[in-house]
Design a protein around this ligand. Sequence first.
Ligand SMILES: CC(=O)SCCNC(=O)CCNC(=O)[C@H](O)C(C)(C)COP(=O)(O)OP(=O)(O)OC[C@H]1O[C@@H](n2cnc3c(N)ncnc32)[C@H](O)[C@@H]1OP(=O)(O)O
Ligand SMILES: O=CC(=O)O
Ligand SMILES: [Mg+2]
Length: 579
Amino acid sequence: MGSVGAYGYPAAAVSNKYGYDVPEGVEIRGRFDEEFAKILSKDALQFVAELQREFRDQVKYAMECRKEAKRRYNDGAVPGFDPATRFIRDGDWVCAAVPPAVADRKVEITGPVERKMIINALNSGAKVFMADFEDALSPSWENLMRGQVNLKEAVDGTISFHDKARNRVYKLNDQTAKLFVRPRGWHLPEAHILIDGEPATGCFVDFGLYFYHNYATFRRRQGQGFGPFFYLPKMEHSREAKIWNGVFERAEKKAGIENGSIRATVLIETLPAVFQMDEILYELRDHSVGLNCGRWDYIFSYVKTFQAHSDCLLPDRVQVGMTQHFMKSYSDRLIWTCHRRGVHAMGGMAAQIPIKDDKLANEAAMELVKKDKLREVRAGHDGTWAAHPGLIQICMDVFNNNMNMGNANANAKAANQIESMKREDAANLTEEDLLQRPRGVRSMEGLRLNTRVGIQYLAAWLGGAGSVPLYNLMEDAATAEISRVQNWQWLKYGVELDGDGLGVRVTKELFGRVVEEELDRILTEVGKRNFNTGFYKQASNIFTRQCTSPTLDDFLTLDAYNHIVQLHPIHNKGVISRI
Ligand SMILES: CC(=O)SCCNC(=O)CCNC(=O)[C@H](O)C(C)(C)COP(=O)(O)OP(=O)(O)OC[C@H]1O[C@@H](n2cnc3c(N)ncnc32)[C@H](O)[C@@H]1OP(=O)(O)O
Ligand SMILES: O=CC(=O)O
Ligand SMILES: [Mg+2]
């Protein structure tokens, strides 16, 4: 990472040669690049600054409310339905009609905003591509800005990539997936852009720059008059959805396009949010295209929410699947809620990816994907996520062949199941159903796998890769969070590893040994050269500190972000450096 300057620390002694042309009150502290400067135009930055100024107090308040809720949960409270918003849950309202361009979302591919992957994803045959600034992206200045450049070319239809080593040129097909963009969550700052002396809110940068440069072309080329389309991550309460709704209205006004043009799918991926699904849709009712089961962050959030509840300890990560009662209840209630309100109920990500060098293992992995997707389509989901182009056809076949089956009145060729799979039975799911502790056992191998995966993921993230294949599974920020918080929880409560008959308790000493042994194993697996040039030691230090910390860090990536920030002296035109 060279001249890493931690966020808030003195900047590296490298200057921006030309400088960004910035509006009043905006400072850019990221490296200057002529391509980035086209994205960081004065007008686009002005728009981001307007969003920041108009909504920053609401964001700060929402983050304070998260802290307050955490205090209550840590004092023994549990999340539940809010009596004050019963009228919304009981009310007979629906969201705005689904835009025709995205009526059919049977399979959505996801991936970071990396050039080759964007082209591959758009060409993959999936109905939608969710381009990710979030779980799948390490939010370095380079990744974020290159991501914006890539997305602009993708929307313009001009994006290409030349793989010189393979002498292969990548271009877009005539028919491509519809683009959704997922900005970062509310909690992540953008340290390279200061607005009125404060780091910008990361998602205002992601949303603002993308919207500003692409809304007109997107609506013409992709959205059939609607759009752009977004995925919104990691919200905990409808007040956070209300802020997004305000942001969308502000953007529509600025662009002079009709209210309701922008559409977004909210990921229900925190435990508190499952009790707010109606309220979230209600706040976004003019801008909604549904909800999605963000299963991995949801599991992470279960541990985080119950961090002070010694009776809510998780079994091994591999045992917390969608058939656990609390996960099934969450997915069923999400389907009922979305279909009642006239929008898509999207499924989630199976973590399996194709296994290239082992036919039998690959077949077994693909069977697991099929089974997961079959469960989703039968439950009533309107579409699902795939992590890899090699999974699109498998998922598509399952959805095409099973959607609306067993419903004599439904059209088997329909684009979705919004009208045909109402799932009224899920209306009766209770708070107890949604909170029920997952069943299973804990094992030494579970502790080891968490550690091995957590360290390797973090090493990749520090090196710039936000999603990686590890042990034949897709790992990203959400799955790595589970490894981290599960280790933290087991250490805090000194749990007994009851799954392997050894009766060992998890202590700091045991964990210290496991870290050392797993680092040795990683060294053997990746080789000395990769180990020495990678960020494994740094990752191990961060991961170990977080797992053994007396209080649980809210996010793995908040601390780790300090290590990827690279500040440069400010040479913005018209702005005097304050560093
Ligand atoms: C919990 C959540 O939030 S889920 C959503 C966030 N997570 C993600 O989006 C993860 C998306 N998936 C990925 O990033 C990747 O599939 C990985 C990192 C897991 C594996 O990637 P690789 O190691 O490159 O896989 P592999 O070598 O099999 O790739 C084969 C080809 O498919 C492409 N590919 C793999 N995954 C994707 C993808 N998601 N989108 C587009 N192209 C992809 C590769 O670029 C490669 O292309 P090429 O043959 O033209 O060179
Ligand atoms: O973002 C998706 C998840 O599962 O987390
Ligand atoms: Mg997530």
